[in-house]
Design a protein around this ligand. Structure first.
Ligand SMILES: Nc1ncnc2c1ncn2[C@@H]1O[C@H](COP(=O)(O)OP(=O)(O)OP(=O)(O)O)[C@@H](O)[C@H]1O
Length: 460
């Protein structure tokens, strides 16, 4: 069978799977699969990690077989084989650092109930969670709960924007708690899975088992609770489960993308219950935290890229420019490393800009060159007209170069574009200005401080 035919059959089956497993499960577990072999007895898939192979094999084999049969290709079994990053078959699939990706999948947390709990991602531990001002409170609260002392705040409610580390902290808590309380029944699952299991129990008339199971856990962790908003009977069941556990003094940990009071279509009584414990917010990252995360991730990637050389200014550049969320930051670093290793070249700022153009453009904070010029003129107490005009005296020329440097660092504008905004100067003049400040920054403390201060003011 040709590759086109394979992909055609898989395309049809995937479209159906998307409907049957739900959007989130589809993106996480089905989308990264690639059909590589197909005959009457077997469908062989490539997956990016062993972790994914195990999970998909356990949970989706039957559904995949059903959909393949519907697409006209019945098989006796489906198999999954790891094809790590770099392999042409799964080159675009997300990849974890090799050592971690190859580690065996964590057991589902709730012992003996593998089907119910979600597996823990081996990468999400306290050890590799980088702490900074924006997340220190959430981290401290998570640590406290993970120690498992007397329940002092119930629930612990963690919230924050997309990709800021909520799931990472939840997994870290579950792992740590389970390690120090091997007999405890820690149940971690997403709100979507809670709903799915609840509906399944209703359908299969096993609701009493469902209730029993949820009411006998030692720690209940529900991720992305906003998902149950607007789903009346799931909310109702969640509410009763929640109350039963709190009454028994069991710890509950919840995460969401916003504070309880701000979740639309969530019943008032649930909002109020969720607000009873400690509510902590993961704030958007700041520059220092992003840089720390990049440095740590770069170290972690050394396993995969032993010859990796990445200049500190590249990491600084990424930390400055990609402010949206940590997942995007991580993805950018991963892509950059893969790109440089494939081409066998050094990671320079130029390579970074060309390789990550799309991410940089979409993360562009829309800071304008005019704003930069105004701030610089104000800082050095010179007129804006002089900053962009022809005067060559040092008191004006140096601030102009600082403004050029900041325009290059903080915006996605090209050198010719920057040149046009600086009174129609040539791009080589801008390049000279940028390089001059780069050099001066390491020798001249005053310039380094000015640039840093201005950057902070502009990024604030
Ligand atoms: N402080 C941190 N240190 C190290 N890695 C982090 C940190 N914060 C986030 N990450 C990484 O960023 C990625 C996204 O984090 P995570 O999935 O926990 O986000 P989330 O807040 O649950 O997002 P979502 O709202 O999409 O569910 C993960 O790979 C995680 O390891």
């Amino acid at each position: 069978m040709t590759d086109d035919m394979l992909q055609d059959i898989w395309g049809q089956a995937r479209a159906e799977l998307q409907k049957s497993v739900g959007a989130n499960n589809y993106t996480t577990w089905i989308e990264p699969l690639r059909l590589t072999r197909l005959d009457d007895s077997e469908a062989g898939f490539a997956t990016p990690t062993r972790f994914m192979s195990n999970w998909v094999s356990r949970h989706y084999s039957d559904t995949i077989r059903t959909e393949l049969a519907r697409a006209g290709q019945a098989v006796e079994r489906v198999t999954f084989e790891v094809q790590p990053a770099g392999s042409p078959k799964v080159a675009t699939a997300p990849e974890a650092p090799a050592a971690e990706a190859d580690a065996p999948a964590s057991p589902a947390v709730l012992r003996g109930e593998d089907d119910l709990a979600a597996p823990l991602d081996n990468r999400f531990t306290f050890n590799n969670f980088i702490v900074g001002k924006p997340n220190e409170l959430a981290h401290a609260a998570a640590r406290r709960v993970a120690e498992g002392g007397p329940v002092t705040f119930n629930p612990l409610f963690l919230y924050g924007g997309v990709g800021l580390g909520k799931t990472h902290l939840m997994h870290a808590i579950a792992r740590e708690y389970q390690a120090s309380h091997p007999e405890a029944r820690v149940l971690y699952l997403s709100a979507e899975q809670f709903m799915y299991r609840f509906v399944q129990a209703l359908r299969e008339r096993t609701i009493m088992d469902f209730k029993e199971l949820f009411r006998t856990v030692s720690v209940l962790m529900v991720d992305d609770v906003q998902f149950i908003a607007g789903k009346d009977s799931t909310q109702e069941e969640f509410f009763h489960t929640f109350n039963a556990l709190v009454d028994q003094g069991k710890q509950i940990i919840i995460s969401a993308d916003r504070a309880p009071g701000e979740i639309k279509d969530l019943e008032e009584r649930i909002k109020s219950r969720l607000s009873c414990g400690l509510i902590v917010d993961l704030h958007p990252t700041d520059y220092e935290l992003r840089l720390g995360i990049l440095q740590a991730k770069t170290e972690a990637f050394r396993v995969m890229y032993p010859n990796l050389e990445i200049a500190p200014e590249v990491l600084e550049f990424l930390a400055r420019r990609i402010t949206s969320n940590v997942r995007v930051l991580e993805g950018a670093l991963q892509r950059l490393l893969a790109h440089a290793s494939l081409l066998g070249c050094k990671i320079t700022l130029d390579l970074t800009q060309s390789c990550l153009g799309d991410i940089l453009r979409s993360s562009d904070r829309k800071l304008t060159i005019e704003e930069i010029q105004r701030k610089v003129a104000e800082h050095y107490n010179i007129r804006l007209a002089d900053l962009v005009g022809p005067k060559r005296v040092r008191t004006v020329a140096r601030p102009r170069q600082v403004a050029m440097y900041l325009a290059k660092q903080l915006t996605a504008r090209s050198l010719p574009e920057i040149g046009r905004r600086f009174g129609g100067r040539d791009h080589t003049t801008i390049m000279h200005g940028v390089r001059k400040i780069e050099e001066l920054k390491s020798d001249d403390r005053q310039i380094a401080e000015d640039v840093e201060l201005l950057r902070r003011l502009l990024e604030a």
